[in-house]
Design a protein around this ligand. Structure first.
Ligand code: ADP
Length: 199
């Protein structure tokens, strides 16, 4: 299975990404986690990434592609991937499509997890004390939600036009969100031999 999770901060893409990976056998590739791991490195690149993340700004596309491409390439050869937080800009989406074509694979779906902004803000504030993340602060949370609306949100129409957008209501308990995603994915066509995902 090859999926991407398109979702604003706080929608639960990390939680759902892990569950979908366990369910399908595909790898969970979390862009934010991979970038945070790079940011911990005591290097000029690490410090640059850390600064973007702490402000809630997107890390420049080329850096993101350099970090994500090897992980996606490797996963494509081992049961597929659940992309969590990548792509997040139009140039990243175009680069991801080129990469998939080069690897001779296609995306099954772009799962769009949506929830009202007040719900997202409250969830992020609630987890802030445990997350230890520099960007889980009220002002940065507000900025991350604005960045999603202004930039990543455009990918909703990009994947709608490509016929693979699967919108799911993320304002429900995690188990219900997982069940909804699985139900929607199970109804997708499987051109590669008709096999369906485990239920
Ligand atoms: P959230 O969606 O809650 O903001 P993430 O861990 O997905 O959490 O992302 C945290 C931060 O990592 C983003 O604010 C951004 O700085 C950086 N980041 C993650 N993915 C990308 C991406 N695809 N492109 C650019 N920056 C990214």
């Amino acid at each position: 299975m090859r999926l991407l999770l398109l979702a604003p901060p706080g929608a639960g893409k990390g939680t759902q990404g892990e569950r979908l990976a366990a369910w399908s056998g595909a790898r969970h590739i979390a862009a934010g986690d991979l970038l945070r791991a790079q940011a911990r490195a005591e290097s000029p690149l690490g410090r640059e990434i850390a600064a973007y993340q702490a402000r809630g700004d997107l890390v420049p596309d080329q850096i993101v592609l350099d970090v994500l491409t090897p992980a996606v390439t490797e996963a494509a050869a081992h049961g597929g991937y659940i992309l969590d937080g990548f792509p997040r800009t139009l140039p990243q989406a175009v680069a991801a499509a080129h990469l998939a074509a080069r690897l001779d694979v296609t995306l099954d779906a772009a799962v769009y997890l949506h929830a009202p902004e007040a719900v997202l803000t409250q969830r992020l504030l609630d987890r802030a004390s445990q997350s230890g993340r520099s960007d889980d602060r009220a002002d940065v949370i507000r900025h991350r939600l604005q960045v999603f609306a202004a930039t990543t949100g455009l990918l909703v129409s990009y994947y709608t036009e490509r016929g693979i957008l699967v919108p799911v209501d993320a304002d429900q308990p995690p188990d219900s969100v997982t069940a909804d995603i699985q139900a929607r994915l199970s109804t997708l066509a499987h051109p590669s031999g008709g096999a369906s995902y485990p239920t």
